[in-house]
Design a protein around this ligand. Sequence first.
Ligand code: CTP
Length: 412
Amino acid sequence: MDSPRPARILLGVTGGIAAYKSPDLVRRLRERGAEVQVVMTRGAANFITPLTLQAVSGRPVRDTLWDGSAEAAMDHIELARWADAVLVAPATADFLARLAHGHADDLLSTLCLATAAPLAVAPAMNRLMWGNAATRANVALLESRGVAIFGPGTGEQACGETGEGRMLEPAELAELLLARLPRERVLAGLKVVITAGPTRELIDPVRFISNRSSGKMGYAVACAARDAGAEVVLVSGPVALPAPAGVQRVCVESAEQMYEAVHAALPGADIYIGTAAVADYRPVAVAPQKIKKTAENLRVELVRAPDILGSVAALRQGRPFVVGFAAETENLEEHARRKLLGKRLDMIAANRVGDGLAFDRDDNSLLVLWNGGREDLGAGGKPELARRLVALIGAVRCSVRQAPADTAAGES
Ligand code: CTP
């Protein structure tokens, strides 16, 4: 088998004091097997010389759109296509602003617009500049478009202050970037339906029963499935998250609506992942008017809400590979295995909840079970755990599908 070619990283260096760490970053990327092409802005040249970066990268540094000989060798559009990933480190407040607003007035900003490769930035600036509302808005805009924001870290700053705004260390940046590179597209060509977030079950026009789910895990799974090549439909309860780019989002409120939206999206689906924290019970009836506090006690009678996961797993025709989630406060593995078998799922991802764990947090830990298998995905940020889960779903689904085919081949 051919050995894979090295990852190609386009490293943008902008004009901040943290640019003195850029040669080290180039070395960290190269020692992990990547090829690195450095592109500097004019401001960066005030902090670090192109010659230093050329020496450590082994390639002439590019710094202008108007260099005829460099453009003749590889013009900026080819350079944008060459990259497997673009990392801007350090990224100044000014560069983030220009990137957020689509400027293309120098080589680096033009490349960022012209590339289809994943884009990451490592902000580095004074803590007040980082906290400024304008910077916050620019960062939020970039994030909502799928730009990865690495850091910044907290600590002593070059200006003598202490706070958030330090560029992450080169080794950490190299790890973060290379972990994001598109690996095997394990779900290429597949359709995946994912649910996320809480549901709201109305009591009256202004009150509802809900839960603490933030939707972060489901949204991370949707992004990971998209990055693995899938066509993704994300059926989402009410959350404060933007729709991920390249994902079809269907917004719903109640378990009933989520059930309808899931079944409408299912035709042609290969995989269903039930990440949502769906209500188990809903009020029998919704009061048409706001309930007044006249009585001393109030009873709200509840009935079972539709079990969406169970209904998908029970499909006789067009049944996808079904993955459930189990949120448990105790006996994690035992309860999860019971759900796997009881609902006839193909796989279940179990996580511990309560005591401030999992719900509305950026990290989580997952134990994944399937018939004949078990894998502890460990703890970590939700995006990283989602990537590991999607890789596992891809692998287990393939092995399950191959098993009957192998038997058939053996019998013929
Ligand atoms: N789920 C669902 N529809 C519901 C309730 C839950 O599709 N009405 C799905 C969730 O999306 C999740 C899985 O079921 O994938 C597990 O939900 P959980 O509430 O942990 O388990 P239950 O089966 O409801 O069991 P229990 O409440 O006894 O823990």
